[in-house]
Design a protein around this ligand. Structure first.
Ligand code: URA
Length: 200
């Protein structure tokens, strides 16, 4: 049984490596020519049952080639740890893998290109149970522009459970929002706990 598990892990690890190598110099969307230093592919457990998806890398992430290592990443890591999860237990990535200039929001064509070439393939390889989306941009990737006929608003949909094929999608706030609105910290934490519990 343990051997079988390791085989799955290695298989997924290698498939992720192959995907990364294929796109590490990706030129498929305008972000390639807008000052990115690196593709921030994502990191964590190739066999994770929970994938956390943010918007796009910031300056620190771009330089270090790692997702969520700046201020909002430190908050995310702290909350994961409080809920009993290490970063290595989950897989952390973003809707777009290249830093948008001056940290602007990624544009629709950038999101569409990058999710098709990378995010959806990462999900296919990892086969998680749950995707926890941070902020409105990744929520829209999985839920569309509207929920219950209303444009997506994170305050309205956070902490709810959505089904998308075999996946459970749990949207929550972006940690950068929590840094500005500390009163939502408790809700953010309980959304992460919910995502953890659904992924077990
Ligand atoms: N914000 C994001 O959405 N992703 C990161 O990797 C860092 C900050």
């Amino acid at each position: 049984m343990e051997k079988e598990k390791n085989k799955t892990f290695m298989h997924k690890f290698e498939a992720l490596e192959k995907l990364y190598k294929k796109y590490k110099n990706c030129q498929n969307c305008p972000l390639a020519k807008l000052g990115r230093k690196n593709i921030v592919f994502g990191e964590g457990n190739p066999n994770a049952k929970l994938i956390i998806v943010g918007e796009g890398p910031g300056e620190k992430e771009d330089a270090a080639c790692k997702p969520f290592i700046g201020k909002s990443g430190q908050l995310l890591t702290k909350i994961l740890e409080q809920t009993g999860l290490k970063r290595e237990d989950v897989f952390i990535t973003n809707t777009v893998k290249c830093r948008p200039p001056k940290n602007r929001n990624p544009k629709t064509e950038e999101i569409e290109s990058c999710t098709k070439l990378l995010l959806l393939k990462q999900i296919d390889i990892i086969e998680p149970k749950v995707i926890c989306t941070l902020g409105a941009i990744p929520a829209r990737v999985f839920l569309g522009k509207k929920v219950n006929n209303l444009p997506i608003k994170i305050t309205a949909i956070r902490g709810q459970i959505f089904k998308c094929g075999n996946l459970t999608i749990i949207p929550t706030y972006h940690p950068a929002y929590i840094l500005r609105n500390n009163k939502e910290l408790q809700n953010f934490t309980s959304d992460i706990i919910l995502a953890k519990n659904f992924s077990i």
